[in-house]
Design a protein around this ligand. Structure first.
Ligand code: IPE
Ligand code: IPE
Ligand code: MG
Length: 259
């Protein structure tokens, strides 16, 4: 890990610089992160909930970059679920405004991402999202290179059950029009009709904020994911917390039903 550095009150702080990144004996091919706890972070500080989302967005940028630097090739960040529309309109609007800002910035910095080999993708039902945001998402996906080293998925208006229902509907239509046989449908067929088609299943799912549930995240894909929970609220989540999750993953014994 990075160098040890002395601050004035003599506390020791480990700084991770890009030339001195932690190494791992095994890395997950795909990490999913449920970015939770923004509202509680704001409440602890007597701030409106949207302030927590602003801080959470900063953490997303920081952890996304760090994860790519340590060598994770596929990342999925859960940003907004199909259930989050139930929240007060004011909060939903604030979150949408943050997406707008982030996407505009990502569009402006597309050359930088290209250079770093990072491709942004979006998973979820685009039909429920404001049109201008969908326009930005489509534009960013179109200009992204297919040859990149890291895929960064952002799950917006994403729900695992909704995703499975859509896949089943599409497959049923193919059968109806004679394009597929019922006997051809297996586990891989379902995977091929999910938003994550062609990507490895998440080996590791991280959820901060103290909640120990998946909340409709990558429902089909998480069948054999390792789960890592932390009490830290997402805006407070650091590179060190991410390293802790990866260290624990290194030591997990994955059996997949074998011995
Ligand atoms: C996660 O933080 C962000 C979204 C779900 C959009 P929350 O807003 O759920 O934060 P808590 O769980 O209320 O603290
Ligand atoms: C899950 O968090 C969704 C996202 C982080 C985008 P929630 O805060 O919506 O989950 P619940 O309601 O606690 O299960
Ligand atoms: Mg929450």
């Amino acid at each position: 890990m990075g160098s040890v550095f002395c601050c004035p009150n003599s506390c020791l702080r480990q700084i991770m610089d890009k030339n001195n990144l932690p190494k791992f004996s095994v890395l997950p091919k795909h990490v999913g992160i449920i970015m939770d706890g923004n509202g509680r972070w704001a409440k602890q500080r007597n701030l409106p909930r949207y302030k927590g989302h602003i801080e959470g967005a900063k953490t997303f940028r920081k952890i996304g970059e760090f994860a790519a630097d340590v060598g994770v090739k596929c990342l999925t960040f859960y940003a907004f679920s199909t259930e989050n529309w139930k929240r007060p309109q004011e909060e939903v609007n604030a979150i949408m405004e943050l997406f707008r800002e982030y996407l505009t910035e990502a569009d402006e910095r597309s050359a930088e991402n290209e250079e770093k080999g990072i491709t942004l993708k979006f998973i979820g039902d685009k039909s429920g999202i404001p049109e201008d945001i969908v326009g930005l998402m489509n534009h960013i996906e179109q200009i992204s290179s297919d040859k990149s080293k890291v895929v960064l998925n952002i799950a917006i208006n994403y729900g695992g059950r909704h995703e499975i229902a859509n896949a089943v509907r599409t497959i049923a239509e193919k059968v109806k029009y004679g394009e597929m046989e019922v006997s051809d449908i297996d586990e891989d067929t379902i995977s091929d009709y999910l938003y994550t088609k062609g990507m490895p299943d998440p080996d590791l799912i991280i959820r901060p904020s103290g909640e120990c549930r998946l909340s409709n995240f990558l429902t089909y894909q998480s069948a054999y994911s390792e789960l890592w929970f932390s009490d830290v609220l997402w805006p407070d989540f650091t590179e060190e917390d991410f390293v802790k999750a990866l260290r624990e993953f290194e030591n997990r014994n994955r059996r997949f039903g074998g011995v």
